[in-house]
Design a protein around this ligand. Structure first.
Ligand SMILES: [Zn+2]
Length: 433
């Protein structure tokens, strides 16, 4: 396919490019970027033939005037619920939700039924993803068999599985994690980190002491523990859904000490605090919403780079599981279709991040953490990109979601930033009407 993305604001943190111009895609690749007087790559011959003379459309032209053109967003933390809980979400609808949110790659967490702990489940997910809209689905394997916290899962088997992930990063799964819970036995967790290191697998830490679920100290204990374990194993670790000021202080110190730790947060932790919960089951997630001071600390940490990544922890549930009051509701909120808009509105319009920094936290850094050759608009790179109208204000309405999950904590909010096109491997997989 030939695509000309015309006159957009091209934002590529990888090269520092932030300029209005045209971007040309041929086949699967970005072949040329033309901004002002500068041309990167070679202008394709077909650039002269637009519009097509003979009536057939040989080039798809997208007018991106006033819009952002960014590397496709990469979400390190997504629950696709399949296999086993397709009433909440399935791989098909989860991928559609991702595409609608400008997300071109998702890492799906292992707490499915059955758990992602064997090459069979990894292959099953990969087969399903092939029939979805084209979003890259990378599985995260569980650390222990059945997420029981005892013996290690078949890590070697999962690494060897023939999947899209294998084509992209050389391994059948992109990471290991017990997400949904922690490996509570420290020795077993250390064993998992070491086994992961031997296989080149990053470990995602769920950062919560299960016996103190929902408390700040419960998060901070495992943040500290897993940083110490990573240091002991001399292996990198990625910390999921960080939400407290105390956790951020620990991470800041660890980074200053040169420990290879990266960390993510999610939009609800920099927009909402616990005073907004009321009885709303859609404001229940794990970790829970924290104090105002924590919300401010999360923003500061995104600004100074203590937090590397914005992920969603997209966790769809059925209406019955959420519309039953805060106490009874299950943990988790959806996020794929709102993450960019909420982040842009709060962080860029709010003066916390520059446009390039926002794209860095949502695309470049996640790619770097995964060792994935994406998250860049360099000439010759695979064309995974999103086109976003940042001037368009819209109201978040759950009934318009592509996800089966309606459990957003942002319902009714007015935000800026509407994704108009999502492109994966040089193919338009989503276009807003
Ligand atoms: Zn999660």
């Amino acid at each position: 396919m030939r695509i000309l993305v015309k006159n957009g604001l091209i934002l590529d943190p990888d090269s520092g490019l932030e300029a209005a111009g045209d971007l040309y895609v041929e086949g699967q690749q970005i072949v040329c970027i033309k901004t002002g007087g500068e041309t990167r790559g070679r202008l394709p011959a077909w650039a002269e033939q637009i519009p097509a003379q003979n009536g057939e459309e040989t080039v798809k032209e997208i007018d991106a005037t006033g819009k952002w053109v960014v590397p496709g967003l990469i979400d390190l933390h997504v629950h696709l619920r399949e296999p086993g809980q397709e009433y909440k979400e399935d791989i098909f609808t989860g991928c559609q939700a991702a595409a609608k949110g400008g997300v071109t790659t998702v890492c799906c967490m292992p707490n499915t039924k059955p758990i992602i702990d064997s090459p069979e489940v990894v292959t099953y997910i990969d087969d399903k993803a092939k029939t979805a809209c084209g979003v890259n689905v990378l599985s995260v394997g569980s650390i222990t068999r059945g997420q029981k916290g005892q013996e290690l899962a078949d890590l070697q088997g999962m690494v060897a599985a023939q999947t899209r992930c294998k084509n992209l990063i050389g391994k059948g799964i992109c990471a290991i994690s017990e997400d949904g819970r922690s490996v509570m036995d420290a020795a077993t967790m250390l064993q998992g980190i070491r086994a992961g290191k031997a296989l080149g697998l990053l470990v995602f830490s769920h950062t919560e002491d299960d016996s103190l679920a929902g408390t700040s100290i419960g998060e901070e204990l495992i943040v500290a523990r897993d940083i110490m374990l990573a240091k002991e194993a001399d292996s990198p670790i990625h910390l999921c859904h960080i939400s407290t000021e105390g956790s951020l202080e620990i991470i800041r110190r660890a980074k200053a000490d040169g420990i290879p730790v990266t960390a993510e947060t999610a939009p609800h932790y920099f927009l909402l605090d616990k005073s907004s919960i009321g009885r709303d089951g859609n404001r229940k997630m794990n970790p829970p919403l924290r104090r105002k001071e924590d919300v401010e600390a999360v923003k500061r940490a995104l600004q100074d780079g203590t937090l590397d990544v914005i992920a969603t922890d997209h966790a769809p549930h059925s209406r019955e599981e959420k519309d039953c009051g805060y106490e009874q509701a299950m943990n988790g909120v959806v996020g794929l279709e709102t993450s960019f808009a909420v982040s842009y509105t709060v962080l860029v319009q709010g003066g916390v991040l520059t446009p390039l920094d926002l794209v860095d936290r949502m695309s470049c850094k996640p790619a770097e953490i995964l060792g994935l050759d994406r998250g860049s608009l360099g000439v010759g790179k695979i064309a995974d990109l999103a086109i976003i109208d940042v001037n368009q204000q819209w109201e978040i309405r759950e009934e318009e979601f592509a996800s089966k999950g309606r459990n957003t904590p942002f319902a009714g909010m007015k935000v800026y930033g509407k994704v108009t096109h999502t492109i994966v491997n040089g193919t338009i997989i989503y276009a807003a009407e």
